[in-house]
Design a protein around this ligand. Structure first.
Ligand code: 3HC
Length: 319
């Protein structure tokens, strides 16, 4: 009986720490399921940051001005750094970088479905910054209060950079919306193509979410998928109005009694089709990642050789 009661006591103490908003740190005891859930969510978050570099990276050589090229370069580099923070947070849970990369490249792990949509115009770069990073901010500001210490601290750092990402995207949209008729049409077209996939970033409805209930009990999540999605919808309506563009959701309307906007339904068939590998760019994104990873093998080998040389030198001359 000792084993079961010891386990039950450990779980009780763990949940008490969660309920008391005491951060869980890498060396603390935690249920295997908590650890696995975190590895799943944090590593997929990291994969999203790194794969998310591809759609915008396509426009670094096509930016309309040197200033725009510099801003986009800076943003794409930020995303790489966000990925590294999050891979490092995942590794504190006892999984290696190699295992994480293999899970991504084999298709076993997910990344945000939005990055499987192609960037067809410069307006898309604006819509991604404004809507995708805007949606990510809604989600990541909430995650600053997540119960796992390394994840929460990584979020605080990431959120500081995300607001710049969102602002630069909205500035692109503003320039287009106030430009020629063709530029306005480009902005409207990008809004139409990226608005609904941005709403999908918040995941399925709470009732269909496989992980939300448990993630809320463990305070991995502090707000539900639908609550965060509603926050994003509400903030985006005046932004679209300020741009003078048409809202892609014909059912959007203010509901005074709810204090929120009522809205149309997401195409969940499209959502599950894309996250199951059938989006426009799923194969291309993974092939690009695999190729880049292979081309970077010499860097990893050189680092490993240097570290081994350092280790041998430290062994010979420990002082
Ligand atoms: N794209 C791909 N998969 C998605 C998804 C999406 N938009 N929404 C949900 N899913 C997956 C989940 O991963 C889960 O699959 P799994 O069991 O294989 O992991 C399944 O659909 C069911 O969804 P749940 O709601 O049950 O899953 P979660 O509780 O994990 O909620 C989430 C999904 C809201 C995305 C949550 O994981 C989360 O908050 N993650 C952290 C934030 C994040 O990853 N954002 C991605 C974008 S990062 C970004 O945009 C960076 C910016 O700088 C550009």
């Amino acid at each position: 009986m000792g084993g079961n009661s010891d386990q039950a006591e450990l779980e009780r103490q763990f949940q008490q720490r969660i309920d008391d908003d005491i951060k869980i740190e890498p060396k603390d005891w935690m249920p295997d399921a908590y650890r696995e859930n975190l590895i799943r969510q944090i590593s997929q978050h990291a994969h999203s940051e790194v794969i998310g570099m591809q759609p915008e990276g396509n426009y670094i050589t096509r930016a309309p001005s040197l200033r725009r090229k510099l801003i986009l370069l800076s943003k794409v580099q930020d995303e790489a750094g966000h990925g590294l923070y999050l891979y490092s947070a995942s590794e504190t849970l006892g999984i290696s970088r190699l295992e994480l990369i293999e899970a991504l490249q084999s298709g076993a792990a997910k990344y945000a479905s939005i990055f499987n949509y192609p960037t067809q115009t410069w307006g898309d770069v604006g819509a991604i910054g404004w809507l995708v990073d805007g949606a990510a901010i809604c989600n990541q500001v909430s995650l600053q209060r997540t119960s796992y210490g390394p994840y929460a601290r990584g979020m605080i750092r990431i959120c500081k950079e995300e607001s710049f990402h969102q602002r630069q995207g909205y500035e692109i949209m503003l320039a287009l919306a106030r430009g020629s008729d063709e530029q306005r049409q480009m902005a409207q077209d990008s809004l139409n193509r990226f608005y609904w996939p941005a709403l999908m970033m918040f995941g399925p409805h709470d009732g269909e979410s496989a992980h939300s209930a448990q993630s809320m009990r463990w305070k991995i999540k502090r707000e539900t998928n639908d609550a965060l999605r509603q926050k994003f919808i509400d903030q985006t309506v005046p932004q679209i109005e300020f741009l003078g563009l048409d809202h892609p959701d014909r059912d959007i309307s203010w509901n005074e009694s709810r204090g929120h906007y009522d809205h149309g339904e997401i195409d969940w068939h499209e959502f599950y089709s894309v996250i199951n590998g059938n989006g426009h760019c799923n194969r291309q994104r993974l092939q690009h990642h695999i190729r880049a990873h292979q081309e970077g093998e010499w860097v990893r080998d050189a680092l490993a050789a240097y570290q081994e040389k350092q280790r041998q030198r430290d062994c010979q001359d420990p002082d």
